[in-house]
Design a protein around this ligand. Structure first.
Ligand SMILES: NC(=O)c1ccc[n+]([C@@H]2O[C@H](COP(=O)([O-])OP(=O)(O)OC[C@H]3O[C@@H](n4cnc5c(N)ncnc54)[C@H](O)[C@@H]3O)[C@@H](O)[C@H]2O)c1
Length: 358
C-alpha cells in the first residue's frame, strides 16, 4: 500500500505498526481459504474485510468470521466493490493464476496458494504482472512456517554440514472428489502436495535444479498422476529423490537431509503431528541420534498459517520481496513441468537456471 503512495517506512517496527490495517480479502473459501480467513481474524497485522467464492454461501460463511466483512460471488465483483489492500487466493489450481492476475492488475498485494498456477508459463505471467504493478507477490508454501521451520533452524545452525543428498516422500489417500481428481483443473498429488517437497528441497539446497528424471503412473479414467518417483539434480551435483503418491492409507510426509556432518529428518502425519530426527557432529546436543517432538501451542492455523501471514504482511510493509517469491513458486512449477515431460519421453530433462521473469 505504501509502495503505491511512495511513502518510505523508516524502520521495521514502524512498518509493523502501520500494517495493523492491511485490509485483506480471501478468494476461494473452501477448506484452506477458510483456514486462511481464520488466521487473518486471529492476526494483529491483517484485517478480514471481504471474501469471494463462486459458491457465495462459502464466501458468506468465511465472511461471517469477522463483523462487517462482505461476501462476493467472484474475484471481479470483490475487486469492484470492496476496499482491500491485499488478496489471499485459495481457489482450485486452475483458478489461482487468473484470480491472482485480476487482483494484481487492480493494484493489490497477493498471497497465492501453492502451487501458484498450473504450470511455469502461467506462473511467469503472474510473476511479471506483479513486478510490473510493484505489488508484493508471495506463494503460500506454508510448510516453511510450520514443520519445516524446525529443519531450517537446525540446518541454519550447521547441523548437517554440507548437504550431500535429500530423500523424501509425501502421500494422500486416493483423491477422487471434485477438482482434485481432474487433470485440467490441476488435480493429482504432485501439484497438491508434491510441490511442498520440491519447494523444501529447492529452499534447503539453495541451488538451481539442473536435471529431472521421473517415472509416473497415471490413473485410468481421469488420467491424474497416481504415483511418481522423481530424481532431481542440482548445479552442485547433489541428488534429491522423491516419491509422491495418492495410494497411501492416510496423509503422511517424510523428508531427510543428509550432510557431511549429520542428518536431519522430518516425519509427519498431520500439519501439527510430526517428529524431527537429528544427528550432528557439529551440535554437541545431537552427537547421538535424537528424535524431537516439538510441543505446539495451538492448531496449525496458529502455528503455521499465522507466521506465514505475518511474513506476508511484513513484506508488504517493508516493501521487500516476501520470503517465498513468485520466482520461487515458478521454479517449483518448472520442476513439476519437467517431471511430466520426463515421464512422457522416458528421458531425463535438463533445466537452465530459473532467471527472474522481469
Ligand atoms: N498451504 C496449505 O497448507 C494448503 C492446504 C490445503 C490446500 N491448499 C491450497 O489451497 C487451495 C485450495 O485448496 P482447498 O483444499 O481449500 O480446495 P477446496 O475445494 O476446499 O476450496 C476451493 C474453493 O474455491 C472455490 N472456487 C472455485 N473456483 C473459484 C473461482 N474461480 N473464484 C473463487 N472461488 C472459486 C470453490 O467453490 C471452493 O469453495 C489450493 O491451491 C490448495 O493447493 C494449501
Amino acid at each position: 500500500m505504501d509502495r503505491r503512495s511512495g511513502t518510505t517506512l523508516s524502520s521495521k517496527k514502524e512498518a509493523l505498526m502501520n500494517i495493523e490495517s492491511l485490509r485483506t480479502a480471501v478468494v476461494g473459501c473452501g477448506g484452506h481459504g477458510t483456514n486462511l480467513a481464520q488466521a487473518v481474524r486471529r492476526s494483529d497485522h491483517l484485517q478480514l474485510v471481504a471474501c469471494a467464492d463462486i459458491d457465495v454461501g462459502a464466501a458468506r460463511n468465511a465472511a461471517a468470521l469477522t463483523d462487517g466483512a462482505s461476501a462476493h460471488g467472484s474475484v471481479e465483483e470483490l475487486l469492484g466493490i470492496a476496499d482491500v489492500d491485499a488478496v489471499l487466493i485459495a481457489t482450485p489450481h486452475d483458478a489461482l493464476a487468473p484470480a491472482a492476475l485480476a487482483a494484481i492488475r487492480a493494484g493489490k498485494h497477493v498471497m497465492i496458494e501453492k502451487p501458484m498456477a498450473l504450470n511455469e508459463e502461467q506462473a511467469k505471467e503472474v510473476e511479471f504482472a506483479a513486478a510490473s504493478a510493484g505489488v508484493t507477490c508471495m506463494v503460500g508454501y506454508s510448510f516453511r512456517y510450520g514443520m519445516a521451520a524446525y529443519l531450517s533452524k537446525l540446518l541454519g545452525e550447521g547441523a548437517v554440514g554440507d548437504i550431500q543428498a535429500i530423500t523424501g516422500s509425501i502421500g494422500t489417500p486416493p483423491m477422487t472428489d471434485d477438482w482434485v481428481a481432474q487433470v485440467r483443473r490441476g488435480g493429482g498429488p504432485m501439484l497438491y502436495v508434491g510441490c511442498h517437497l520440491m519447494d523444501l528441497a529447492l529452499w534447503f539446497v539453495g541451488e538451481e535444479p539442473t536435471e529431472v528424471s521421473a517415472d509416473v503412473s497415471y490413473r485410468g479414467g481421469d488420467g491424474v498422476d497416481e504415483s511418481s518417483a522423481v530424481t532431481l539434480g542440482f548445479s552442485g551435483g547433489r541428488p534429491a529423490q522423491f516419491v509422491v503418491t495418492q495410494q497411501a492409507s492416510g496423509f503422511f510426509y517424510d523428508l531427510r537431509i543428509i550432510g557431511s556432518a549429520g542428518f536431519v529428518g522430518l516425519c509427519g502425519r498431520t500439519f501439527g503431528q510430526f517428529e524431527i530426527d537429528v544427528q550432528s557432529e557439529v551440535l554437541a546436543a545431537y552427537k547421538e541420534p535424537a528424535t524431537l517432538r516439538p510441543r505446539l501451542w495451538g492448531d496449525h492455523i496458529t502455528t503455521m498459517l499465522m507466521p506465514e501471514l505475518a511474513e506476508f504482511a511484513a513484506a508488504v510493509a517493508e516493501e521487500r520481496p516476501a520470503a517465498v517469491t513468485a520466482t520461487d513458486g515458478r521454479r517449483v512449477l518448472r520442476v513439476i513441468d519437467a517431471v511430466a515431460l520426463s515421464a512422457r519421453t522416458r528421458q531425463p530433462v535438463g533445466l537452465t537456471p530459473t532467471l527472474s521473469a522481469y
